[in-house]
Design a protein around this ligand. Structure first.
Ligand SMILES: C[S@@+](CC[C@H](N)C(=O)[O-])C[C@H]1O[C@@H](n2cnc3c(N)ncnc32)[C@H](O)[C@@H]1O
Length: 208
């Protein structure tokens, strides 16, 4: 999909009914799911879009390297973040960071790598702690992804239901209930049969 400059600038505002609630919750899981991230560590965010996620990671002292294939998205992310972060134009299948990173993320973009198994292996080569991504279990069976990750050296997988709706801003009490349901196994399994995604953190057995 091609993005124009205006579309790229408005990406998060149009893609998310409540971008702050959605992206701050995502960022919190990037930091805490699997081996925790520490201030000073770097997150490489593949398919970063307009880089809005960065704002919620920078707040916690993390460094952010965003990579996106779209020149308009790269421009929008650079304008948004200025010298607070590094944004590069690049492809999920080609970009390699100049130095290893603590975490690599891939959100709403699991379908972009040409060969997912090769991608998981490549990321393992330059990622020290974990790979964090979201997954629609109705589209990608969790067991299959777990097997592919293990074959690439990511022996462990922690998953967390993610129940902030993308396109609807819920009243606070309802959203609070849904967040509580993320850790209520029976209810979350049921909801995930019809809607919502997991956030997944893959890591090596020695990391925790
Ligand atoms: C659905 S948006 C997701 C943006 C952001 N990660 C988010 O969750 O809001 C997908 C992004 O992937 C980028 N993209 C598409 N194909 C790509 C590729 N092969 N390599 C890197 N980025 C790609 C698009 O330009 C777009 O910014």
């Amino acid at each position: 999909m091609k993005f124009g400059p205006e579309q790229a600038t408005r990406w998060s505002e149009e893609a998310y009914a409540d971008p702050v609630r959605y992206l701050s919750h995502r960022a919190q899981l990037v930091r805490s799911l699997g081996p925790p991230l520490e201030p000073g560590e770097t997150v490489l965010d593949f398919a970063c879009g307009d880089g809005r996620l960065a704002e919620f990671l920078l707040l916690h002292g993390l460094a952010y390297l965003g990579v996106d294939a779209s020149p308009a998205m790269v421009e929008a992310a650079r304008r948004r973040l200025g010298d607070r972060a590094t944004i590069e134009q690049g492809d999920v299948d080609g970009f390699t960071p100049p130095e290893p990173v603590a975490a690599t993320t891939l959100f709403r973009a699991l379908y972009y790598p040409a060969d997912r198994k090769v991608f998981f292996q490549r990321v393992a080569d330059f990622t020290e702690k974990k790979l964090v991504f979201d997954l629609n279990p109705r589209q990608y069976p969790l067991a299959q992804i777990r097997t592919e990750l293990a074959a690439a050296g990511w022996a462990r997988l922690e998953t967390r239901p993610f129940f902030v709706p993308q396109t609807v801003a819920l009243p606070r009490p309802l959203q609070t209930l849904l967040l509580a349901a993320e850790s209520a196994r029976g209810i979350s399994d049921l909801l995930l049969r019809f809607r919502f995604t997991y956030v997944c953190a893959a890591f090596r057995s020695s990391e925790r």
